[in-house]
Design a binder for this molecule. Structure first.
Ligand code: 13P
Length: 287
């Protein structure tokens, strides 16, 4: 069931758990995540970066595939189709293509411009029943071509953006996209607490979910995080499982080269990873 992410995240925030956003790259990814959400009776958010959208030949294709797959698989849990780190133009393209949620990443604009563009997009998204995420304080590292410096968010700016009517807010708290370096200092709970106090009941979003220790995830949820984004971790387990299959020579046995067989271990690895995260985030049986 395709829905906006507003209600599922308000419920998560109130119930002190988080909904996972898992980024999709192709049919296998989408199917694995949808099936796991259904098996876990969990709400889920399918994240699509602009790069992944382009790879899948455009947002129209992505939207058509997700809608058709959601129906053909008989998915009844709430599913949001969400643009991840959207540009201003990308947001309009996804609105037109039938996404149910968008993120406008205006964190690299001066705050006045971020405010003006976010205000406009909030109005358009809400008129059409979509949810909208905004970002303050860039997330570090690189996410599909979007590079961030990784500074912590200013709580006053968070309040300013939250007051524009966005439905959930990503605040930089020392989190980084991709694998964390050995010298990573961990999440800044001081910043998270200050942001949480500044924005009231607004569901907060934790990007860069890959590799954050479980106890930090649990603490972040207790401080208002209701959406956690995971991308790289699914890519890593997919690559590992596929490598294992090929290194064991299984693609050379019988029809082992058939893509439906070749991609099966990676598919199962994504399912297992998504299940593990849903259990950790507490979203199982919350559909
Ligand atoms: P990771 O790739 O580090 O899991 O981050 C995902 C993310 O934040 C998507 O916006």
């Amino acid at each position: 069931m395709l829905v906006s992410a507003t209600e599922m995240l308000q419920k998560a925030r109130a119930g002190k758990y988080a909904v996972g956003q898992f980024n999709i790259n192709n049919l296998e990814w989408t199917k694995a995540i949808l099936l796991t959400a259904q098996e876990c009776n969990s709400p889920v958010i399918l994240g699509v970066s602009e790069g992944a959208g382009k790879y899948m030949t455009g947002f129209e294709t992505v939207s058509a595939m997700v809608k058709a797959m959601d129906e053909s698989l008989g998915i009844t849990v709430p599913v949001a189709l969400h643009l991840d780190h959207g540009s201003y133009d990308g947001c309009y393209k996804c609105i037109k293509a039938g996404f149910t949620s968008i993120m406008f990443d205006g964190s690299h604009f001066p705050i006045e411009e971020n405010v003006a563009k976010t205000t406009e997009l909030v109005n358009v998204a809400h008129q059409l029943g979509l949810s909208i995420e905004a970002e303050v304080g860039a997330i570090g590292g690189e996410e599909d071509g979007v590079v961030g410096k990784g500074e912590c968010a200013d709580p006053a700016e968070c309040k300013q953006i939250a007051d524009l009517g966005v439905d959930f807010l990503a605040a930089g708290i020392g989190n980084i996209h991709g694998v964390y370096p050995d010298n990573w200092e961990g999440l800044s709970f001081e910043t998270l607490e200050a942001v949480n106090n500044a924005v009231g009941e607004m569901p907060l979003v934790l990007h860069g979910g890959t590799g954050i220790p479980d106890e930090m995830i649990t603490k972040a949820i207790s401080l208002g995080v209701a959406k956690i984004n995971v991308n790289t971790e699914c890519q890593l387990v997919f690559a590992d499982a596929t490598r294992g299959y090929i290194e064991a020579g299984k693609d050379k046995q019988g029809k082992g080269f058939d893509p439906r067989k070749l991609l099966a271990p990676g598919f199962e690895a994504i399912k297992a990873k998504v299940k593990e995260k849903m259990e950790l985030f507490g979203s199982v049986d919350k559909a």
